[in-house]
Design a protein around this ligand. Sequence first.
Ligand SMILES: [Zn+2]
Length: 149
Amino acid sequence: MAHSTPASDGPERPDGTAYPRARSEAEWREELAPDEYRVLRAGGTEAPFTGAYTDNHDVGVYRCRACRAELFRSDAKFDSHCGWPSFFTPLAGDSVILLEDTSLGMMRTEVRCASCGGHLGHVFTGEGYATPTDQRYCINSVSLTFEPT
Ligand SMILES: [Zn+2]
């Protein structure tokens, strides 16, 4: 797994190809609100239990807040009680990119949007949640836009 760096470090995916919806950091700064930029482009994390979608149970699709790519569906969302929206799988395997993240002295797996490279959150495996995958995609609300269907 490729090593994680802040999304703002470059426009390339770990395999060397360009993110199809990449933009310059100047453009992202203009486009995104400061709290969105801090998470999506600088790898920040919103405070737990503060996000708009943590307890959202409506049916629909969660898109990338930066580039609008479809990332998660409500039928894969579950109540993890961890303080952030949690999904047991992305909408499709290639809608996100996973990177090794050793920041904060921990070994974690970072989740990014495969279309624009925006930081979404982290994925954790083997925590014992009663879901089909035993994975928890722990995603910042501020990285997502919910669209009811
Ligand atoms: Zn995106």
